[in-house]
Write a protein that binds this ligand. Structure first.
Ligand SMILES: Nc1ncnc2c1ncn2[C@@H]1O[C@H](COP(=O)(O)OP(=O)(O)O)[C@@H](O)[C@H]1O
Ligand SMILES: NC(=O)OP(=O)(O)O
Length: 314
C-alpha cells in the first residue's frame, strides 16, 4: 500500500473507558489499547502525527486547582498540563507497542501553542464541554456558586462549557514538521493546542478557552501537507438519521454532499458536526487529500477502504 502522511485525531474514547472513570490508571490502560491501532498504521509504513482531545482532563486539572483554593492556576497553564499528562501516557504506550513489534522509531509530544483571534465569536458563546458530568440540580448550583456556564452534553448529563475559538496557526509547526519528516511519531496540538493570542512585539499570551481538536488536526494536516486526516471516534461510520430506525451508514461523501447533509441537520452539534466541518476544511479545494471518520479499532481497515466514512473533495 502507498505510504501516507497521516494526521490522527484521537477522540475521547481513545483515552477514557467511561465518563465516570477519569483516573490516570484507567487512562494509561486506554492509551495502551489505543497504541495497538496507532502502531498498526506505523507498521504499515505511514508517517503519523497525533492530535488528541483533552476535555475531561483539562476540566479535571482546572477543578483540582479551584478546590485547592490556596493556589491559583490560569486556564491556559492547565491546558498545557493536560498536553503533558496525556502525551506522557501516549508516548509510553506507543513506544512500548512499537518496541514489542520491533519498531525502533522516536516518539515525542510537543507542547503546542495555537494562535487564535481575540475577537473570535467563540469567545461570546461557550460551547466546549470540559470535565465531569453533573445532574441538572448540581449544574445549577455550579452556575450560581462558581459562575460556570453549564450545558447538557449529548444526553449524558450537564458539563461546564468554555469558549472554543478556531485555530488560525500552529506556533510550533516548523519544529513539528521537521520531527515528522525525520521519521518520528509526533504528538502535537494536544487538546487542540494551548490557545494564544498575538500581542505584537513577538509576544504571545495564553487565553482561557479550549480549541476543538478536530479543527486543530485539520489545521496541522494543512500545514504538514498531510495526505490524510483520520478522525477516530466511537462510531464505525458517519450516519444519516443517526439513532433513528432509518439510520444508514455513509461510505463516501464529497464535500458538496457533506455540506448538504450538514444543512439538513444530520450531524449533531458538539459531536459529529465539528468532525464533518474539520474533514471538509481539510479536503476542500484539494483533490489529493482524503479525510476518514471511523472508530479506533477500524483505523487500519478504514485506510484500506474497507470501512469508515471517506470524505473527498469531489
Ligand atoms: N450523524 C452521526 N453519525 C455518527 N455519529 C454521530 C452522528 N451525530 C452524532 N453522532 C455522535 O457523535 C459521536 C462522536 O462525537 P464525540 O463523542 O464528540 O467524539 P470524540 O469524543 O470521539 O471526539 C458519536 O459517538 C455519536 O454518538
Ligand atoms: N480539545 C478537544 O477537542 O477535546 P475533546 O475531544 O475531549 O472534546
Amino acid at each position: 500500500m502507498e505510504k501516507k502522511r497521516i494526521i490522527l485525531a484521537l477522540g475521547g474514547n481513545a483515552l477514557q473507558r467511561d465518563t465516570k472513570d477519569s483516573s490516570a490508571k484507567s487512562q494509561l490502560e486506554m492509551a495502551k489499547l489505543t497504541a495497538k491501532s496507532v502502531v498498526d498504521l506505523i507498521s504499515a509504513g505511514h508517517e503519523i502525527a497525533i492530535v488528541h482531545g483533552n476535555g475531561p482532563q483539562v476540566g479535571q486539572i482546572v477543578s483540582a486547582y479551584e478546590e485547592a483554593k490556596d493556589r491559583e492556576m490560569p486556564f491556559p497553564e492547565c491546558g498545557a498540563m493536560s498536553q503533558g499528562y496525556i502525551g506522557y501516557h501516549l508516548q509510553q504506550a506507543i513506544r512500548g507497542e512499537m518496541r514489542n513489534r520491533g519498531i525502533d522509531k522516536g516518539i515525542a509530544s510537543i507542547v503546542t501553542q495555537v494562535l487564535v483571534d481575540k475577537d473570535d465569536p467563540g469567545f461570546l458563546n461557550p460551547t466546549k464541554p470540559i470535565g465531569s458530568f453533573f445532574t441538572e440540580k448540581e449544574a445549577k448550583k455550579l452556575e450560581e456558586v462558581n459562575g460556570y456556564t453549564m450545558k447538557e452534553d449529548a444526553g449524558r448529563g450537564f458539563r461546564r462549557v468554555v469558549p472554543s475559538p478556531e485555530p488560525i496557526d500552529i506556533v510550533e509547526s516548523s519544529t513539528i514538521k521537521s520531527l515528522v519528516e525525520a521519521g518520528n511519531i509526533v504528538i502535537a496540538a494536544g487538546g487542540g493546542g494551548v490557545p494564544v493570542i498575538d500581542k505584537g512585539n513577538n509576544s504571545l499570551e495564553g487565553i482561557a478557552a479550549v480549541i476543538d481538536k478536530d479543527f486543530a488536526a485539520a489545521k496541522l494536516g494543512e500545514i504538514l501537507e498531510a495526505d490524510m486526516l483520520i478522525i477516530l471516534t466511537a462510531v464505525e461510520k458517519v450516519y444519516i438519521n443517526y439513532n433513528k430506525p432509518e439510520q444508514r451508514g455513509l461510505d463516501n461523501l464529497t464535500v458538496a454532499e457533506a455540506e448538504k447533509l450538514m444543512k439538513e441537520g444530520h450531524f449533531a452539534a458538539g459531536s459529529m458536526l465539528p468532525k464533518i466541518k474539520a474533514a471538509i476544511k481539510f479536503v476542500k479545494n484539494n483533490p489529493n487529500r482524503k479525510a476518514l471518520i471511523t472508530s479506533l479499532e477500524n483505523a487500519s481497515k478504514g485506510i484500506e477502504g474497507k470501512t469508515g466514512t471517506l470524505i473527498i473533495n469531489q
